[in-house]
Design a protein around this ligand. Sequence first.
Ligand SMILES: [Zn+2]
Ligand SMILES: [Zn+2]
Length: 460
Amino acid sequence: MLGTEKALGLTERPPRDGPGHRCHAHVPEAADEGPPGRDDVRVGSVRGWQADDLGPAPDDDRDPVAGVQVDGHRDRDEPERDSPGRPHHKSSRGMPHPLRMRPTRPRTRLDEGVTRVASMNRTTPPRPLDVEALFPELAAHRGTTTRLHPRPGRPGVSESSVGGPMLWPADEPWPVCTEVHGRGRGRRLEDVRRRREVLAAAYAREPYEGLTEEELRLVEELEREHLVPGASENDPLPMIGLAQLYARDVPDLPAGPGGADLLQVFWCPFDAHRPTGYSTLLHLRWRRAAEVADVLTSPPRPEVVGYEGYVPEPCALHPEQVVTYPFAGLLPEDLCARIDAWEEALEEEAEEQEDEADPVAYQYDLSIPPGWRAGGYASWHKTDPYPMDCPTCATPMTLLLTVDTSEWDGGTGSWTPLEDQGLHPHPAAVPTGVVVGNHGELNVFTCPADPGHPPRWSVQ
Ligand SMILES: [Zn+2]
Ligand SMILES: [Zn+2]
């Protein structure tokens, strides 16, 4: 019942002729496409669905440092999303080609018996090769992004966190969703968390043999939906605090408006918003942390959630700045084509040698890291690039934040931090419990001309 086998496909790299591989890719007319059927949401195998719309703020769209936007979709009936983590059947990739790759592979260090000590830091291994040595023009496109590396913890209001307590003024209304949608039926937050504990305990057993009868019964009980008596379709619904980022902790966090140094991100726990009726609703709040005197200690919570992936586990962050390069389809056409040809040659070579390991790839190993991060470049692997211009002033927007379902997976294992190598992917690679789209990522964009302009977002 855990559905892990069904989720296997999610870890595979998509075929080269799928979205995300083409140079100067076709821009989909995304906004008026309808929600996908089940077969349309396979990662990379079929064109995904993406939409973007300008939704109203749920509470106060006149606030210059707040804004909301609508996007995102998930197939509500999709069974595999409920699996406890994405198995990593490609997690042990082979050594890269000795002539092309730099020899540094972090696993070597661990294999040599270096004692791993508890560390507050997370360290991205060196990339398997120096991509700028192969494609010197990439130097002009080099950027940085800050991997947030959320890990279970007990963050306080004065710390950056995912799923931790917000530095929220006691006298300021908590963000609520007022869009009309069902909110009287769903899972209880405590049930969602308890179920995760049960599954994590089962996964921790060696050898893993699944759940006991007793655990199965408990999990079934915890998966039950509950009704909220008297709930109407437009009751103000408390949003869930998803993350807060202090600028001092996150070097690549784009500047906030008016000297704001704290970004707080909320979302409604239902897949029920415009434009599709299945979209995610975010609410962003920038503030100056020093102005918060009395902190709200017991924020309101929704009684039930429409989907457990909206419930983040409290995680402390271990920010790490790394080098990043743009999504291939957004590079100059000639450069993209040469990267494509290089990858094809590597793949052919691997096929000839019947090497089951994936060869190094620009998209998966060299350009954009997986996991939660701030700043840098957005990946468009599911839909192909889509114009992301400011709805207020038409300036092309920049990536503010990526909310990712997993910190690494079978396709992106080379980014697994040194400190996490060898850990069981569940729960190590899915520390937040957050699930976006079809085990994908949510990219939130901000206006570089005026960060007070409303954000936009896209699900990949
Ligand atoms: Zn809502
Ligand atoms: Zn703007």
